[in-house]
Design a protein around this ligand. Structure first.
Ligand code: SF4
Length: 393
């Protein structure tokens, strides 16, 4: 069910309402100029491109794609605002703001006056780059652990690289413990450009990503991604951003979420890893793109590899962050209302011993902000259990 409709209960904030508004322009019921009018902007504004309608709508409406096209036309008519430019270039800004600049970045992002001028909410903290990126860790430490030929490419998206490198480190440690060598490839899939409707920039990012991954795909290596929205962009948006590029279909076929890859290897008996007995409850929140495109069954199976673990899933829909949406001043309240429908109450009700697990970095940010609980990526959970197992043997 459309998360914005579930919060506002207004027809124009439902998939059907948006589809009808767009159809009215396409069929001439409304003048063509209405397509980029403030009224149409209001109708499309609360669509968070969660892709739920793509999976659930009986008529298969892909409103996320329609919103992308709408935003691109809107930018052509009205120009691109500074906030959209900044959020669209989040990957580069995070990269530039990390390392020794991290304290400066934190100070700049903490400025309430600057945020108000940009239309960024002061109600929640902005994520800030880590002092040591995954790239810096790999150069200093990670690469020395590689032995022999890699079994997979680990796709390092800009957010894992700059904001939560510990997730990438955990994945490397887990795969190595399972006897699988890793070759990291850094690629900006252009997700922030897509979320702000910056189509030309998104297309160029897709071209760079396809080129960066082409040798690995040609060599038959699976491409494994940690951030669901990034990895699944390779299997979804790339297909229509680059319709004439024959390499895209091969890349899409090779691309796997971390959970899919682990579950598939385990089912094939190709995951040589032992876990410590972990009689724990795990509360799983699936990323909305993950739920729409691959479902959460692979995540449940991957986490279910932990002996004694009981995996429960929150029937939660989108967490409400949707990239930059939850950071935008006018969207903050709706973002929290989306999270408060099911996700945050379920997290608060979970006992202190329950592990909260979410593959999406935005989902983890929302959970931390709304409940004070720390959510882990599945790679961190599995790597933690392997590490403990290794110490005990
Ligand atoms: S993409 Fe999500 S928010 Fe947008 S119309 Fe579809 S279900 Fe609603």
């Amino acid at each position: 069910m459309c998360p914005s409709f579930m919060v506002t209960r207004e027809e124009e904030h439902s998939t059907r309402g948006r589809a009808n508004a767009l159809r009215a322009v396409m069929t001439g019921v409304l003048p063509a100029a209405e397509l980029t009018s403030p009224r149409m902007h209001a109708v499309m504004d609360l669509c968070i491109s969660c892709k739920a309608c793509k999976a659930e709508c009986p008529s298969g409406v892909d409103m996320a794609r329609l919103k992308l096209e709408f935003q691109a036309r809107y930018h052509e008519a009205h120009g691109v605002g500074l906030r959209s430019r900044l959020f669209g270039h989040a990957a580069a800004l995070n990269r530039l703001g990390g390392g020794w600049r991290a304290p400066l970045t934190r100070a700049a992002l903490g400025s309430a006056a600057a945020r108000r001028r940009l239309g960024i909410t002061t109600e929640r903290p902005l994520p800030t780059p880590a002092r040591q990126s995954f790239a810096a860790w790999w150069r200093a430490t990670g690469r020395h652990g590689e032995r022999g030929e890699p079994a997979l490419v680990l796709l390092i998206d800009p957010f894992t690289d700059a904001l939560q490198p510990e997730v990438g480190v955990a994945a490397v440690e887990f795969f190595r413990a399972a006897g699988l060598g890793v070759r990291p490839v850094w690629a900006d899939d252009g997700r922030p450009f897509l979320s702000k409707g910056l189509l030309p920039q998104a297309r160029r990012a897709a071209e760079r990503t396809v080129a960066a991954l082409e040798p690995a795909v040609a060599a038959g290596l699976p491409v494994v991604g940690l951030e669901p929205s990034s990895l699944l962009t390779l299997r979804d948006e790339f297909l229509y951003l680059l319709p004439d590029d024959e390499r895209v279909a091969a890349l899409a076929a090779a691309a796997r979420t971390f959970e899919e890859f682990v579950a598939e290897r385990a089912a094939a008996g190709e995951l040589a890893v032992r876990f410590r007995e972990q009689p724990r409850r795990i509360l799983l929140h699936g990323h909305c793109h993950q739920k729409a495109l691959v479902g959460t069954e692979p995540a449940r199976r991957a986490l279910g590899l932990l002996p004694g673990a009981v995996v429960e899933e929150v029937d939660s829909g989108c967490c409400g962050m949707a990239g930059s949406f939850g950071y935008e001043a006018e969207h903050y309240v709706v973002s929290m209302q989306m999270a408060e429908r099911r996700l945050l109450p379920a997290v608060r009700a979970a006992g202190a011993g329950t592990l909260i697990v979410a593959a999406g970095i935005s989902c983890r940010e929302q959970i931390a902000h709304g409940s004070g609980r720390t959510a882990l990526h599945p790679a961190q959970v599995l790597a933690g259990a392997v590490r403990n197992s290794t110490q005990r043997r």
